[in-house]
Ligand binder design. Structure first.
Ligand SMILES: [Zn+2]
Length: 135
């Protein structure tokens, strides 16, 4: 599975929601990419799951790597996918701009620099993004 992304803004966000925690094994560090700027090789290996009423998650059926999170409900995120930073060939140089569901972060780990970025609780996310429960 390979992808090419053009015009990627080198910013990432961290999601501590329970679904991302279980999906990734810790937290999702995601990079928002316009679907129009993405091309995938080996699309026959993309497995998708509608993981909630408002979003789906995809992974590679050959190697198991998480590929993207995509909001399927009407939202400001329409037309984008959230790609785990770890699947980029070069994951260096991204600025982490926020952490969401910060109140769901386990106390056993933390990311450096969290005192310098926007931190949103679950309730903040519900208020800001109209996401009903979990991201
Ligand atoms: Zn999440």
């Amino acid at each position: 599975m390979r992808f090419t992304a053009r015009d990627v803004t080198p910013k990432a966000g961290i999601c501590h929601c329970e679904m991302c925690r279980r999906w990734t094994g810790s937290a999702l560090i995601g990079v928002t990419v316009d679907k129009a700027s993405l091309s995938w090789d080996g699309t026959e290996n993309i497995a998708e799951l509608q993981s909630s009423p408002w979003a789906k998650r995809a992974w590679c059926s050959k190697c198991g790597s998480g590929l993207y999170y995509e909001v399927t409900a009407e939202s400001p995120f329409a037309g984008t996918q959230e790609l785990p930073i770890g699947i980029f060939d070069d994951p260096d140089g991204f600025e982490i701009i926020n952490e969401i569901y910060f109140d769901h972060k386990p106390d056993s780990y933390a990311f450096a620099g969290s005192d310098t970025r926007e931190l949103l609780t679950r309730q903040d996310c519900i208020d800001k993004f109209s996401v009903p429960n979990g991201a």
